[in-house]
Ligand binder design. Structure first.
Ligand code: AMP
Length: 170
């Protein structure tokens, strides 16, 4: 089974010039969903006990939760500004136009915990880099950022100072 065939390209979404990688066909297929989680779990470091998996809102929550279960780790949501109910640490980062802010609960990670960050797509790397900063501000150690896919031509990996892994590269 080729996971690529479950990724749907949507040209000019959400704006002209962007080819959106829609993972909903992959999520909807039981075998593709299982294979994605299993294959990504195999790419996780196996010599370090992962304490927490951080999933990035919102598509990072699905496979992130499945990875947490497989790694016997806790799951931590990182959300857009204003969505988390308790005390938060915030990080703003640049987008193509303007700025966005991501937040994490201040008690989500204890100093020294080993953290794996998951999202569906690595594009320019700004989002994942901001999440690395949030985790590090709480004293966590990022052991890997992993993704279903990497848009390699955008060179997002260059923005990340931690090991990365992905199942598909475009
Ligand atoms: P970036 O910060 O540029 O690496 O963007 C990563 C975030 O934006 C991730 O949360 C992705 O879900 C989303 N994203 C960026 N580009 C795309 C794309 N072409 N298709 C789907 N999602 C994307």
């Amino acid at each position: 089974m080729h996971l690529e065939s479950y990724i749907r390209n949507i040209p000019d979404f959400p704006k002209p010039g962007i080819v959106f990688k829609d993972i909903t066909p992959l999520l909807a297929d039981p075998n593709a969903l299982l294979k994605t989680a299993n294959e990504l779990a195999k790419l996780c470091p196996n010599d370090i006990k992962i304490d927490k998996v951080v999933g990035i809102e919102s598509r990072g929550f699905i496979i992130g939760g499945m990875l947490a279960e497989r790694l016997q780790a806790g799951f931590i949501p990182v959300r857009k500004k204003g969505k988390l109910p308790y005390q938060v640490t915030s990080q703003s980062y640049g987008l193509e136009y303007g700025e966005d802010t991501l937040e994490i609960h201040t008690d989500a990670i204890k100093p020294g915990e080993h953290v794996l960050i998951h999202d569906d797509v690595l594009a320019t790397g700004g989002t994942a880099a901001a999440v690395c900063t949030l985790v590090e501000e709480l004293g966590g150690v990022v052991v890997q950022c992993n993704f279903i896919m990497e848009l390699g031509f955008l060179k997002g990996a260059n923005k990340l100072k931690v090991p990365i892994a992905s199942l598909l590269n475009y």
